[in-house]
Design a protein around this ligand. Sequence first.
Ligand code: SF4
Length: 424
Amino acid sequence: MADYSVFLKELHDCKILGINPPVMDFAFFDLWAKPLGLLYILDSLRREGNDVHLIDCISEAGGKPKSFGKTAPAKKPAPKPDVYKGIPRRFYHFGIEKETFRHRLMESGEPDLILVTSMMTYWYPGVYWAISLIREVFPKVPVMLGGIYARLCPEHAALSGADMIQTVPLNLEFSLPAVDLYSRLSYAVTMTSFGCPFNCGYCASSILQPSYKTRQIEEVIDEIRYQTSCGHVRDVAFYDDALLFGKFSHFYPLCEKLIENFPGIRFHTPNGLHVRMIDACCAHFLRRTGFSTIRLSFEGTDSALKKAQGEKTDMDSFAGAVENLRMAGFSNDEIETYVLIGLPGQSFEEMEANIRTVKDLGVRVKTAQFSPIPGTAVFEEITRALPEIRKEPLLHNNTIFSSYVSKILEPRELQSLKDLARSA
Ligand code: SF4
């Protein structure tokens, strides 16, 4: 385990450059995503008298404007890594290209330290790409790699070319994310809590954040005000893992403050909400506060899911949540439900039935394809039959895992589930 918290705390009067690398993948899903952890760290370092800069390879590429301030990032076809050869899907580089990145590095001038963040384990090619270009331009500048991939795959991340790999949560005082480093913000992101009180067998939440902590409401309000004060940000995405947990002492008081401070702002929940917590009162709070897009997690009724999720929901809770949201005024189009598919142990029939169950309630369905996450109980179970996933994070990719790695779904079965989810 490597922790560079003390090293970072001792930095003063240094020039520090943060990098959010490009993504190389078949698809790019989360259009709200921002490197929030890196932005908190940069702000914290700035408070200690350092001069901080940011190159966000995804947002700087521009792209196609989407609803609620989001952008689908610009992409170019990219060669597939050998592991993906033979998979009949196009592969892309999402984000700025080599010459632009080189130019941005040179333009920013030589820093004293470069911090590179990382997200999905199977996005490591973008991390390696960024570090190798950094090495070309600034061969003597130390590079520290942190983020989710570094935390979950530290041995693999040691091959990235970085000098330091941060493998545990940084012990720094966080205040506000340094979003002013963006030339233009079109939406805001925040978290009112870190971690999750549940412990689903396939989820890395408890590994990345071992204890569940809520933030002070005033701190969250200040953070939203800071990001929306430019005047043109109208959308705020909440990235909590368990936004509604402890709703009486945390979420409802937060809603009251949001209503008071941010009239006209639309709020979004890109991480699925726990349906058991959406009673009539909760649905009413969501509506009155200005939540515009509601994402629910449907954990299904089949045994593999229940085993992996500790039976944290059921069909009645799901139907009840949908009904409560409708009664509060949400339309079917505003309620989208993630249905997990491809979890080892699930049968095709069960996955199909889960999608149909949600569709029968009239709300929109989005299939969430399972990806094995190192360190989780489900990952460990899968490695008994597929030990190669320990060594090669590209095999964790959710686009290919169920059809080409675990092969629990034929490609045509996967397609039929996606078509069913999209059908009217
Ligand atoms: S899947 Fe959701 S509920 Fe389960 S541990 Fe992860 S964040 Fe919590």
